[in-house]
Design a protein around this ligand. Structure first.
Ligand code: ATP
Length: 508
């Protein structure tokens, strides 16, 4: 008892001494010296502490610190369930339905990594008045302070931070709502070339009606792409991939883009080429796109006249040998006129040096008329994958039946299923047309199936009589191969072929 009394007395006297020292320092020392002496005192105390501390500041100079954002996301993923966090902040972005938990100012939270306990504290202080170059900085200075035992620092620090970065990017991919950006000249004049709105298209690879094998190939390709950082680094290739989606209207090209974005968790940049006045503007737009995004150019055959290459000013005659297969030669000469949008400008955007001013980006071009595309766009190496979206096959129909009626093909009974199978292959209707019939009758499964069968049979009969929807993919593929062959011809071969067919050689 006497011992406890004694220790309380000594603690009280220690506190008294500290209070006296503080008052003394405040009275005697000028503010600058006081600040320095407090800093020294802190440093001295830290020498005796068994912990070390790391500051992860929000801003790194005038740039945002990616690690700060990652830590914020990572902590918010378990802040709401952590017993150690006593006070949380709640935020929700405009037009968003996701609530984010965060650590309130100066609150702390405990975490364990590889069996090692650490502590994070969120420090928020007011920024002093900013000199002019730093005006853009936020008024508050925010940082996360990491506390680790000195003996654990070398064991976990690097791997823990890598883990946080990885976790944050997973959280972003899974939770964050996707955005769709679009460009317009009026936005450009306001200094914001891209305008974003939340992207809520519900299409996924599960709901997409197409041949399951083809679907699997595309999903695997996308998965490999997203996980391919090391591969692209090792092989010296830009981390980007191009897909050309072609086929008649209503076969699901837009739905496929939405499914890709939802699958990878990427944002979409819907590039409206008619709103881009020149190649230099195109370059500026590209520079303002972010990584982990899909850049889409829909209806590439009709958005701008990219094949009017003969109208572009001609390049000066080459002094020495020029490779006829080089992109510029194939696409009608170098971009000599930066005031117009040309095919070479677009190819430079997707393919050339400018395509690398970001990483992990996917380019998707769509067209209803692949035969109208310039061969330069189809040449191997330009678009990594050509995907034909065609009429509805039976496996695709099964997905639509599941989507709209909640029934699998086999639920319909053997007779109905085989009748549907035969009719759908002959009818060559698009998934959009079939969806219409199913949506209309979605409350009555039997009626939906019988009406669909009727419509399919009628279409199949008509096809037999008049010849139906062309075998788009087959005929397109033949034309495509011919165009690819032509693109690889030497200028002499082109001239010979054109002369023989009596046509003018436009590109020479
Ligand atoms: N393959 C498909 N799988 C599921 N639904 C589809 C598919 N194709 C079309 N649809 C349905 O039809 C509608 C139109 O499809 P979508 O806009 O994706 O076709 P598209 O090929 O991009 O057409 P367009 O060339 O006219 O832009 C979609 O809203 C979707 O409901």
């Amino acid at each position: 008892m006497a011992e406890r009394k004694e220790s309380w007395t000594s603690l009280a006297s220690l506190l008294g001494t500290l209070a006296f020292c503080q008052t003394f320092l405040q009275l005697v020392l000028p503010p600058e010296l006081r600040h320095v002496s407090l800093k020294l005192l802190n440093r001295a105390l830290r020498c005796f502490s068994s912990y070390c501390y790391f500051d992860v500041t929000e801003m790194d100079g005038v740039n945002t610190n990616e690690l700060y954002n990652a830590v914020q996301l990572y902590l918010s993923s378990f802040a709401s369930t952590s017993a150690s966090a006593s006070r949380l902040s709640l935020t929700r972005a405009r037009n968003s339905s996701v609530t984010t938990f965060g650590l309130s100012s100066n609150d702390s939270i405990a975490d364990v990594f590889d069996g090692v306990a650490v502590q994070w504290e969120h420090a928020v202080t007011q920024r002093q008045s900013q000199p002019s170059p730093w005006r853009a900085l936020p008024d508050e200075k925010r940082s996360f302070k990491l506390r680790i035992r000195k003996r654990d620092k070398d064991l976990i620090l690097n791997s823990y931070l890598d883990y946080i970065m990885g976790k944050a990017s997973d959280i972003r991919r899974n939770n964050q709502e996707r955005l769709i950006y679009t460009n317009s000249r009026s936005n450009e004049s306001r200094g914001r070339p891209w305008e974003a709105v939340p992207f809520k298209h519900p299409s996924t690879f599960d709901t997409l009606a197409m041949d399951p094998e083809k679907k699997r190939d595309i999903m695997e390709d996308l998965r490999d792409f997203a996980a391919g950082q090391a591969f692209y680094q090792r092989t010296g290739r830009a981390w980007k991939r191009g897909y050309l989606l072609y086929g008649p209207p209503g076969t699901g090209k837009s739905s496929m883009i939405a499914a890709m974005a939802n699958f990878l968790g990427y944002d979409i940049y819907d590039l409206e080429l008619t709103e881009v006045p020149s190649n230099s503007e195109l370059r500026k737009l590209l520079m303002k796109t972010s990584s982990k995004s899909i850049i889409v150019i829909e209806d590439i055959d009709c958005s701008v006249n990219l094949s009017n290459r003969s109208k572009a000013p001609k390049a000066p005659a080459p002094q020495s040998y020029s490779d006829p297969d080089a992109p510029d030669a194939a696409s009608g000469g170098k971009d000599w006129n930066n005031n117009t949008m040309t095919l070479s400008g677009l190819l430079n955007f997707t393919d050339g040096l400018w395509s690398c001013c970001g990483s992990e980006r996917i380019f998707v071009f769509t067209t209803n008329h692949i035969e109208k595309l310039d061969p330069a766009l189809l040449r191997s190496g330009r678009m990594d994958m050509h995907i034909c979206m065609s009429h509805c096959s039976y496996p695709a129909l099964e997905i639509l039946l599941d989507n709209y009626l909640g029934s699998k093909g086999e639920d319909l009974g053997e007779v109905a299923a085989s009748e549907l199978q035969e009719a759908v292959e002959k009818a060559k209707m698009t998934p959009a047309d079939i969806s219409e019939v199913l949506i209309k009758n979605r409350r009555n499964k039997e009626k939906a199936v019988s009406e669909l069968l009727e419509v399919l049979k009628a279409r199949a009969d008509r096809n037999e009589k008049y010849g139906g929807l062309r075998e788009e993919c087959k005929s397109n593929r033949v034309e495509e191969e011919e165009q690819e062959k032509r693109a690889l011809e030497s200028p002499e071969e082109v001239r010979d072929r054109e002369d023989n067919s009596g046509k003018k050689v436009e590109d020479q």
